[in-house]
Design a protein around this ligand. Structure first.
Ligand SMILES: C[S@@+](CC[C@H](N)C(=O)[O-])C[C@H]1O[C@@H](n2cnc3c(N)ncnc32)[C@H](O)[C@@H]1O
Length: 321
């Protein structure tokens, strides 16, 4: 049990605190954003480390807010490290009440595919209510990139769901499996062509929906059965971090948008369109279309998919995108 009888999952936080790529980038973000005397908000403070770093960078006061009771332990941590003038608040950043507006608001708000932690809508609401005119924020920009991929090391739906299991035909599940956007650890040598920018967005002004596209032309014959997606983030102006597979590993994974497996030829072009929508809990839902074209532009194959898990049991349900 955690502080005062409340259960707190600290292993998730340990995992993040052991990610040195992330820690270095966040330290650089705090140093870039916080000026002596600033009033700062740490949104989703978790263990409270960024709030303490902000005080060490010269912040006059820090409001450290988290919906989880972990803030009670974070308060103990700050006391044990002689970090004063931090007000820990257990609550939702979208509805929190502060006694004053802030000069700086930052947040480690990124989940898998960037959207996984469902925090961007709440960041927008917070900044509209509590950030001073001309105030500074971090992160300042998030970009999604993608690359065609042979994901057979990560995902083998045909061989599992199409094979009898203890005498039962499980092929009914193959469709749902193929429609799941998956979290994977991509192997760089199985990524083809060059990374393309799919979406750049302001994490403090997430749109209701996105419809984006990218194209890749294969330099060599390749087996392709999906597009690998990851994010880069500017935590502050000039403070950039990537979660690309070839870069130093972070605790973030890459994502896979599965496509029907294809033995594509050199010169073939893959066009990918992704529509992203968010439900009332800000959970993202994805619909994607992969179109293969021959070098003369003729369509070879087209496949439309939507995220089975997020769109619910009815394959006909409309996500509004
Ligand atoms: C990725 S963790 C970051 C923790 C810490 N800032 C760090 O960098 O190690 C995100 C934190 O945001 C909190 N959180 C998510 N949505 C929230 C919301 N709407 N209001 C308050 N806290 C939220 C979670 O409980 C979690 O502790």
């Amino acid at each position: 049990m955690g502080a005062r009888g409340h259960r707190v999952n600290v292993s998730y936080h340990q995992w993040m605190l052991e990610d040195e790529v992330r820690n270095d980038a966040l330290q650089a973000m705090v140093d870039a954003l916080v000026q002596p005397g600033d009033v700062v908000a740490d949104l989703g403070t978790g263990t409270g480390i960024l709030a303490v770093l902000a005080r060490r960078a010269g912040a006059a006061r820090v409001y450290a807010i988290d919906a989880s009771p972990i803030v009670r332990l974070a308060q103990d941590m700050a006391r044990q490290n002689d970090a004063d003038n931090i007000t820990f608040i257990e609550g939702d950043i979208a509805v929190v009440e502060l006694p004053e507006t802030v000069d700086v608001a930052f947040s480690e708000c990124l989940g898998n595919f960037a959207f996984g932690d469902s925090m961007f809508g709440a960041l927008r609401t917070f900044s509209q209510r509590w950030l001073k005119e001309g105030g500074r924020v971090g992160p300042v920009a998030v970009r999604l990139f993608g690359q065609p991929m042979d994901a057979r090391l990560n995902w083998r739906p045909a061989t599992f769901w199409q094979t009898p299991w203890r005498g039962l035909d499980l092929s009914a599940f193959a469709h749902g499996d193929a429609e799941l956007v998956r979290v994977i650890r991509a192997v760089p040598s199985f990524l083809f062509s060059e990374p393309e920018l799919i979406l750049a967005f302001d994490p403090w002004d997430r749109q209701e929906t996105y419809e984006v596209s990218a194209q890749w032309t294969l330099a060599r014959d390749r087996v392709v059965n999906g597009v690998c997606v990851w994010f880069d983030v500017d935590w502050a102006p000039g403070v950039t971090m990537t979660t690309a597979a070839p870069a130093p590993e972070t605790h973030w994974s890459q994502g896979l948008f599965p496509l029907p497996q294809r033995e594509a030829s050199a010169g073939d072009r893959l066009d990918l369109t992704i529509a992203i929508a968010f439900d009332e809990h800000e959970k993202p839902a994805y619909r994607w279309i992969g179109t293969w074209r021959s070098p003369d532009g003729a369509i070879i194959e087209r496949c439309e998919r939507k995220d089975f898990e997020h769109f619910g049991p009815s394959m006909d349900s409309s996500p509004g995108v």
